[in-house]
Each structure stands twice: as structure tokens, then as C-alpha cells.
Ligand binder design. Structure first.
Ligand code: PLP
Length: 450
């Protein structure tokens, strides 16, 4: 076990860490344990997590003590808590700390109490949730909106409600687990297409239509990919879908509100407002609350979502406090204040990426609230994440299966309220940590993500 108070010396400490086994293995390896004892057959997983935790390379389930702000106090569940710079929380426009959001939450709490106390199809709707549906419909230019308790629930619920066993899902190979799991639960006919590759989508759609014109096809992608910070060509993708009678669904969890003109995200930047078949989002990145939504222009689809999406029908609706917070966030997002916050956020992203490039590090994708920094090996990502945590800079190391094998990275999520000084300090420490961790730095190092 390494001594956290002693500086990390790669020559001495790397061999020790390697020999411990804490740099080996991945979560996927333990996913299907065998044996009759359902509750104990995860023992190997448990031992592997504990080994990594003992050696400081287990970044999961850390504890935020206080609000998710650029400076935050982070503990590991034990006694040790450190105050440092936080790039591991998702609050892109820093709305969680906005006084108007706190006011909106308190007002709703006073007026309607703390929870919805029912599914939206029973008595779970509130005046806040109805206003929220309306506000989202106006922002997106899509009249039919259904709310969900989380973004994950919206993704899983939308796909399982709309698609059935005889239909097809064509999905970007790097799409979020919520979308992939929804697709797998809806039909066996799931085809993954190469990341962002519209020609491949066209090829798959042509293949399906050559043998089946009777059933539906849902094409699934994201506005801003959460581990890669890149975006598809939405006009082209929507055009290809129309050509083959397929329906396009775009998950805008990471870009809506935080990017694009008026906060319209990648859809706004690509002038596709009101022109995407189905838009799906999460409130948890920019709108200071848990929750999600699905929007489209067709009332029959809305009915299907309401009555067949399990997480809408069989789960209690957003609380009035959550709905009021998202409503107030939407107001700020659409205002000139929102424009200013997005400009601050983008300034931070551009600055951080430039500073990291000066350190010889490679950032994936394009400037956005997500800055994925290429590490290459899982071991390098684990060590760099640990070293940064020792320096009180909190980031999320992402490794297989969150990213392809050998394409590990550190994911930094920026906020509008990160200061230039915090960005500069993080870049300097990250450069040093990556070098000591032996990360695959440099423009040509290692393959890009699959
Ligand atoms: C693209 C995408 N959609 C949906 C979700 C789930 O959102 P939530 O955390 O609000 O449940 C995530 C979470 O990682 C995501 O990245």
C-alpha cells in the first residue's frame, strides 16, 4: 500500500503498485459470476474493488460533502475528506449554486411539499410539472413532452415504450448504457453502427429495408457524447432516417442548456430545432435537478410513452421541488444570463484544452463542458486519477467498459464558475500526474477510441 503523505516516486512506487495487482482487471470481467449463491458469488468482485481501494486507485463512490461547486470537499466515505478543485460533478452552468434556484426550490417546497406522492399517470403531476412540459415544448419546438424521474429512466423508458420485438434499433456503438440497455430490452434486432458514421447508418438501414418494410426502425444517437465530447451530423442523420422510413432519437443529456444558441445545444447549433423526430434529455447536467424528458411532435407517441414506458407509468413523478428547479433553470438558460454562463463555460473548456495540449496531452472531441483527456492504458488512468486526488484535484477516470479497452481517459466536467486560476492549476497538475503515471501522452500516442 502506498503512503499517501509521501510523494509518489514512479521508479519505486510503480513496480510496487503493479505487483499489488491493483492496476489489473476490469469491471466487465466480474459481471457474470457463476454459482448457486446469488448473494455471495460476487466475492471476487468485492475483493478486487477492496484491493484497488487499499492502493488508492478506486475512484468510485466518493462522497461530496456540501454542494457540487468548483471548490468542493470530497471524502472517500471514511475519515479522510479533502477540499480541492472539483471536475467530477455535473453542474455545467453552475446553476446548483444560483440563488434563484434555491428560491424556486424553497417556494415549491412551501407550496407543494417535498414529493409528488404518485406516478404521473395517477396523481403525481403538479402545476410545476405541467408548466415544465410546456416550457420544454416551447424551447425544443416539439409539442409533446413526457417527463421521467431520471435521465436514465427517460432513455430506457422511451426505447422500450416505442420499440417492440419485431422492430429494429440502430445505435451508435458509443451510446450511453441507458440507451443500449433500453434497446436490448426492447428487441433482439439491435445493430450498432460505427461511432458518428452516417454512411454506416445508411448501409445498415438499407440492409434492413431490403428484407423488411413492415416494421419500424429507431436510430439512436447523442447530441454530445459523454466520454468523447463529439457530435453527429444531425441534419444528415435525420435525412438518412427519412430516406429509409426510420425514426431518429437524439439524447441531448450533455449539451442541452450548456451549449448552442439560446441553450439549444447541438440541435440549435446545427439548426435542427423542431426537426428531430424524438429528443430525449436529462436535467442532471445543467438544470440542477434529477429528472429527464422525451419530446416529439406526435400525440400518439406521447400516449405510448405515458402508458408503456415503465419508468413513467410505474415510478413516482418528479417532485414539485425538482420540477420547479428545472423550470427556473430553463428560464436562466434562455436568458442573457444563460448566454453569459455558456460563454464562461466555453472559455474554460477552450483554455483547459489549450493548456493540456501545451503539456503534450491529447483531449478528445471538441470544446464542450466535457474534456476527456487521453491516458491510453487503464493503469495510467488509475494512477493519474489517484495522483490528482492527492493534489486535491477531483476528476473521473474512465476505463473499460466505460471506454474501449486500452482507450482509458480522465474525464473532466467543467462548470461556468470554475475560475481561470483553477483551470490553470488543474492543467499543470494533470500534466505532471500524466507524466508520472506513464500515460500515452502526445498527439500520435495510442489508438483513438473505437
Ligand atoms: C447520454 C446520457 N443519457 C442519459 C443519462 C442518464 O441521466 P441521469 O443521470 O439523469 O439519469 C446519461 C448519464 O450518464 C447520459 O450520459
Amino acid at each position: 500500500m502506498l503512503n499517501e503523505t509521501v510523494p509518489f516516486d514512479p521508479a519505486q512506487d510503480l513496480p510496487l503498485l503493479s505487483a499489488s495487482g491493483a492496476l489489473d482487471g476490469n469491471v466487465a470481467q466480474f459481471a457474470q459470476p457463476r454459482g448457486p449463491d446469488l448473494l455471495r458469488r460476487g466475492a471476487a468482485l468485492d475483493a478486487w474493488c477492496a484491493l484497488r481501494a487499499r492502493h488508492g486507485v478506486w475512484p468510485c463512490a466518493r462522497v461530496l460533502e456540501g454542494p457540487p461547486e468548483p471548490r468542493a470537499t470530497v471524502g472517500d466515505g471514511g475519515a479522510a475528506a479533502a477540499r480541492g478543485i472539483n471536475f467530477a460533478s455535473q453542474d455545467y452552468l453552475s446553476l446548483a449554486a444560483h440563488p434563484a434556484i434555491a428560491d424556486a426550490a424553497l417556494r415549491a417546497l412551501g407550496e407543494a411539499g417535498p414529493h409528488s406522492a404518485g406516478s404521473a399517470v395517477l396523481l403525481g403531476n403538479t402545476r410545476y410539472s405541467l408548466q415544465l412540459e410546456q416550457a420544454l415544448a416551447e424551447l425544443l419546438g416539439l409539442s409533446q413532452v413526457v417527463l421521467f424521474p431520471t435521465g436514465w429512466a427517460a432513455a430506457f423508458g422511451a426505447i422500450t415504450a416505442l420499440v417492440h420485438g419485431a422492430d429494429y434499433v440502430v445505435i451508435d456503438q458509443l451510446a450511453n448504457a441507458s440507451l443500449r440497455q433500453g434497446a436490448a430490452a426492447a428487441t433482439r434486432n439491435v445493430l450498432a453502427h460505427r461511432h458518428l458514421d452516417c454512411d454506416h447508418v445508411r448501409e445498415l438501414l438499407a440492409g434492413i429495408r431490403a428484407r423488411d418494410s413492415a416494421n419500424a426502425i429507431l436510430v439512436v444517437t447523442e447530441g454530445l457524447f459523454s466520454m468523447d465530447a463529439d457530435s453527429p451530423d444531425l441534419p444528415l442523420l435525420q435525412h438518412v432516417c427519412r430516406e429509409y422510413g426510420a425514426t431518429l432519437l437524439v439524447d441531448v443529456a450533455h449539451d442541452l442548456g450548456a451549449m448552442g444558441p439560446g441553450g439549444l445545444g447541438v440541435i440549435g447549433a446545427q439548426r435542427m430545432q423542431g426537426r428531430i423526430d424524438v429528443v430525449l434529455g436529462a436535467f442532471s447536467r445543467t438544470f440542477a435537478a434529477n429528472g429527464g424528458f422525451v419530446a416529439c411532435a406526435e400525440r400518439p407517441a406521447r400516449r405510448q410513452l405515458q402508458l408503456y414506458a415503465g419508468p413513467h407509468m410505474f415510478s413516482d413523478a418528479l417532485s414539485p421541488v425538482q420540477a420547479a428547479v428545472v423550470l427556473e433553470s430553463l428560464r436562466i438558460v434562455a436568458s442573457s444570463e444563460g448566454d453569459g454562463l455558456r460563454a464562461d463555460l466555453m472559455r474554460n473548456a477552450v483554455e483547459l484544452r489549450a493548456l493540456l495540449a501545451e503539456c503534450g496531452l491529447r483531449c478528445l472531441g471538441e470544446p464542450s463542458p466535457i474534456v476527456p483527456v487521453w491516458m491510453g492504458t487503464e493503469a495510467a488512468a488509475r494512477i493519474a486519477g489517484m495522483l490528482l486526488a492527492r493534489d486535491a484535484v477531483f476528476v473521473n477516470p474512465v476505463e473499460y467498459p466505460g471506454a474501449p479497452l486500452g482507450a482509458a481517459r480522465l474525464r473532466l466536467q467543467l462548470m461556468a464558475n470554475h475560475t481561470p486560476a483553477q483551470v490553470r492549476r488543474a492543467a499543470r497538475l494533470l500534466g505532471a500526474a500524466a507524466t508520472r503515471a506513464g500515460a500515452g501522452v502526445g498527439a500520435g500516442a495510442g489508438p483513438g477510441p473505437g
